[in-house]
Write a protein that binds this ligand. Structure first.
Ligand SMILES: C[S@@+](CC[C@H](N)C(=O)[O-])C[C@H]1O[C@@H](n2cnc3c(N)ncnc32)[C@H](O)[C@@H]1O
Length: 205
């Protein structure tokens, strides 16, 4: 029996698992994005908002989206207790980025971390890519498929190298498409090693 990562699944997950803080921002994001000049950012599948808050604290104007209203409620509460105007720099939006896409708006940075959409990851990648402004950055982190846990669905895993082939070379410069290991801890940790699939690409036009 595998999990079905639909809206009901995520709403239930956030209602059931209580947390008092959003955890640390994803270290791959911190490593890759710290060097970028802040502008507008779209964080897809933001969960409890750790990455959105980190981006906002670095000067980005963030649109943070999630399929689950229960995740956004929590993220908003986490942000409200932060200083330095972080909450004012984040707009929280409920949206299904597999189906609807991000609309007409284009962003300097579009990012997603461990979003397990229903359906193939390529469908969501197309929506993410379409939301990147010319000159902007697409940054996606997922769990690598070679470390798939027995009972979890295939959609939860993605290889950056495979996703990179979806990006037309005349429109995209792939900067990073690789697998990276890191010790699990805190945010997603179970005392083991995590294998992150990391895709970073720059939109040429
Ligand atoms: C494993 S959690 C990761 C949360 C956060 N990005 C992080 O790294 O901690 C996956 C998140 O993606 C959201 N999600 C799943 N499918 C989605 C979709 N189609 N559109 C937008 N968000 C989605 C879920 O509600 C959940 O918050």
């Amino acid at each position: 029996m595998t999990e079905e990562f639909d809206r009901a699944f995520w709403e239930e997950r956030y209602r059931r698992h209580r947390s008092s803080d959003p955890g640390e921002p994803n270290p791959q994001l911190v490593a890759e994005v710290a060097e970028l000049v802040p502008g507008s950012a779209l964080d897809v599948g933001c969960g409890e908002g750790a990455e959105a808050m980190w981006l906002a604290s670095r000067g980005w104007w963030v649109t943070a989206t999630d399929i689950a209203a229960s995740a956004l409620e929590r993220a908003r509460r986490h942000a409200e207790i932060l200083d330095d105007g972080v909450a004012d720099r984040i707009e929280w939006v409920r949206a299904d980025l597999t189906g609807e896409g991000a609309g007409e708006r284009r962003f300097d940075l579009v990012t997603a971390h461990y979003v397990h959409p229903v359906g193939p990851p390529e469908a969501m990648l197309a929506n993410l890519a379409a939301a990147v402004a010319p000159g902007g950055t697409l940054f996606v982190v997922g769990h690598h498929p070679s470390h798939r846990r027995h009972a979890s669905a295939a959609e939860a895993y993605v290889a950056a190298e495979r996703l990179a082939t979806e990006l037309a070379p005349e429109r995209w410069e792939v900067v990073v498409a690789e697998t990276r290991s890191r010790p699990a801890g805190g945010h997603h940790g179970h005392g083991t090693t995590l294998w992150d699939s990391v895709l970073r690409a720059r939109r040429r036009v």
